[in-house]
Design a protein around this ligand. Structure first.
Ligand code: HEC
Length: 180
């Protein structure tokens, strides 16, 4: 469970001293609830495919990642991933996502940093930082195995999502919510 939500749950129990947490934006709570199942299913698909081979996992990322983002989106919430250094140009950030990423990239590596951004038309944006973990380096690191390298180059001729190091800022999960 998310540490922030956990502390909220604990805080709701009068027998437990309320921990000192910053007030939580209800938009962030809603966005995290929407992103949770998307992140979980993406992680499961990637982990299962990686157990077969990284080449198989590339197919999962290119086919399933956008499909899962679409499937977990609704009339009220649109979900996605973005980054400065993109593998798929279709994941290019909207202006508000870019602004949020500029702020989030300065946060402590590994932190659960997030931003809520008010938007026009009764909408609101939420973005949370993604940090590079060890399994990510196989496909986004400095040394990519030759067979995998060829497969990635064929699928993503403009791939800029390479050369990352452990703990680097990779990008964001984002959500756009309708509030009206
Ligand atoms: C098997 C190879 C592979 C692994 C391992 C992998 N990725 Fe990716 N990643 C991809 C591919 C392929 C895409 C393009 C997906 C698409 O077309 O939307 C991608 C896209 C992304 C994007 C979307 C932005 C962009 O560049 O298009 C993010 C963010 C991302 N990966 C983060 C991670 C993180 C964090 C990890 C480790 C937990 C990870 N990836 C592990 C292959 C991989």
């Amino acid at each position: 469970m998310n540490a922030l939500i956990l502390s909220l749950v604990l805080g709701a129990d009068p027998s437990v001293a309320a921990p000192a947490v910053a007030p939580v934006d209800p938009v962030a709570v809603k966005a995290r609830a929407a992103l949770g199942p998307f992140k979980k299913s993406l992680k499961e698909a990637l982990t299962t495919a990686m157990a077969k081979s990284p080449e198989a996992a590339v197919d999962v990322c290119s086919r399933d990642a956008p499909a899962l983002a679409a499937r977990h989106s609704s009339a009220e919430v649109t979900l996605g991933r973005s980054a400065f250094k993109l593998r798929n140009p279709k994941n290019a950030p909207a202006d508000w996502v870019k602004g949020a990423m500029e702020a989030l990239a300065k946060e402590k590596s590994g932190s659960e940093a997030s931003k809520v951004v008010p938007l026009e038309g009764g909408r609101v944006g939420y973005a949370e930082a993604i940090w590079v973990g060890a399994p990510c380096l196989v496909c986004h690191g400095e040394a990519v195995a030759p067979g995998l390298d060829a497969k990635l180059k064929a699928a993503y001729p403009q791939d800029a999502a390479r050369g990352f190091k452990l703990g680097d800022f990779r990008g964001v999960f984002w959500a756009e919510l309708k509030t009206k």
